[in-house]
Design a protein around this ligand. Structure first.
Ligand code: HEC
Length: 316
């Protein structure tokens, strides 16, 4: 599907960028083997695409790195690959605030905008991945007065319906007013009875797919396999290359607040992992131990913070 998503984006046409251009860094002066046993030396080649293919999955790299003996892993350069994967994630999207206002009615309004730099949907590929918008509002003393999308150390996210009840999931939001409303960019699979499933072979449809669209992706003409599903379809600012989410927080009587927002990637959503953990199987139990011990369950893609000062009504 990343290919079909890419094909429907402007990276396939006007903003031409191939899979290789993003996924295979270039280098100069590489001597290639000519495959024969002769002593002939080939000319060094410039603009050579390194076969490196880093993606977004820091979690599995971290698990391999920390359990080499148990898993029979021989490679020893995980630290380098983890760093490159983090850099790939940091290149995936940017986060900014496009509007902010704290009125004399004690309502704090702000709008966050996610701009995709990814050549397909973000998060891409296997549906266990999710990207969450974590937002915290702090008062002058640094105390948190509002938080949506807080991530626990076990990988679960406060307020995300799927993490407390595997039959449910968070809808796509255009406006967020409460801490239990969390913007999660994800694909939720449905089985033949339109019930949530985390088993790939039972997946027949998507009940939700609001993954962030690549530049130029027209959701109204998207092929069925990569269509947008759920209220993101009718969200006017959920478009090719970006999404904006507005926050309206009531009852803030102070004069100064700081908003901190981050976009976080999880290769294996807690709900997905938790579904797997229900299997009575030794390998699943081993994986659970490794998953719980990993500090790479969540990785930051982008971060923004800004302060808001109360204005008189005439300034609104
Ligand atoms: C404009 C840059 C760009 C282009 C073009 C691009 N990608 Fe990606 N790709 C990314 C970024 C950034 C990520 C990490 C974020 C994510 O998982 O979506 C990624 C992740 C992936 C992943 C997921 C890896 C993982 O660990 O989950 C796959 C698979 C993938 N790309 C395949 C492709 C294919 C196939 C193409 C061409 C059809 C392609 N990409 C084109 C930037 C790009």
């Amino acid at each position: 599907m990343p290919y079909t998503e890419w094909e429907h984006s402007s990276y396939a046409t006007t903003d031409a960028k191939s899979c290789q251009q993003c996924h295979m860094p270039r280098t100069n002066g590489v001597r290639l083997s000519n495959g024969s046993m002769t002593t002939e030396v080939m000319e060094p080649r410039d603009n050579f695409a390194i076969h490196e293919f880093v993606g977004a999955n820091r979690l599995m790299l971290d698990i391999f790195n920390n359990n080499k003996t148990q898993l029979g892993v021989l490679s020893s350069n995980f630290a380098e690959t983890l760093t490159k994967t983090q850099a790939m994630l940091n290149s995936a999207a940017t986060l900014s605030n496009v509007k902010q206002c704290l009125g004399s009615n004690n309502v704090l309004n702000f709008t966050l905008k996610v701009d995709s730099k990814t050549g397909h949907k973000l998060p891409s590929a296997y549906p266990s991945r999710r990207v969450v918008l974590h937002v915290a509002v702090k008062d002058e003393t640094g105390a948190i007065v509002f938080e949506s999308g807080k991530i626990n150390s076990d990988g679960s996210i406060v307020g995300v319906a799927a993490d407390s009840d595997r039959t449910k999931f968070e809808p796509h939001y255009n406006v967020i007013k409460r801490p239990d409303q969390v913007q999660v960019y994800e694909a939720i699979m449905g089985d033949n009875q339109n019930q949530v499933t985390y088993t790939l072979l039972r997946g027949m449809t998507y009940l939700k797919d609001n993954r962030i669209l690549p530049l130029g992706f027209d959701k109204t003409t998207a092929p069925n396999d990569v269509k947008v599903v759920g209220s993101a379809l009718t969200d006017k600012n959920f478009i090719g290359g970006s999404d904006s989410v507005s926050y309206q927080i009531k009852g803030l009587t102070g004069n100064n607040y700081i908003v901190e927002a981050e976009l976080v990637h999880q290769p294996l959503a807690y709900s997905f992992a938790n579904d797997l953990f229900q299997e009575p199987d030794d390998e699943v139990a081993d994986f659970k131990t490794m998953f719980n011990a990993s500090s790479a369950k969540s990785s930051q893609i982008a971060l923004t913070s800004f302060s808001v000062v109360k204005k008189g009504d005439w300034e609104m």
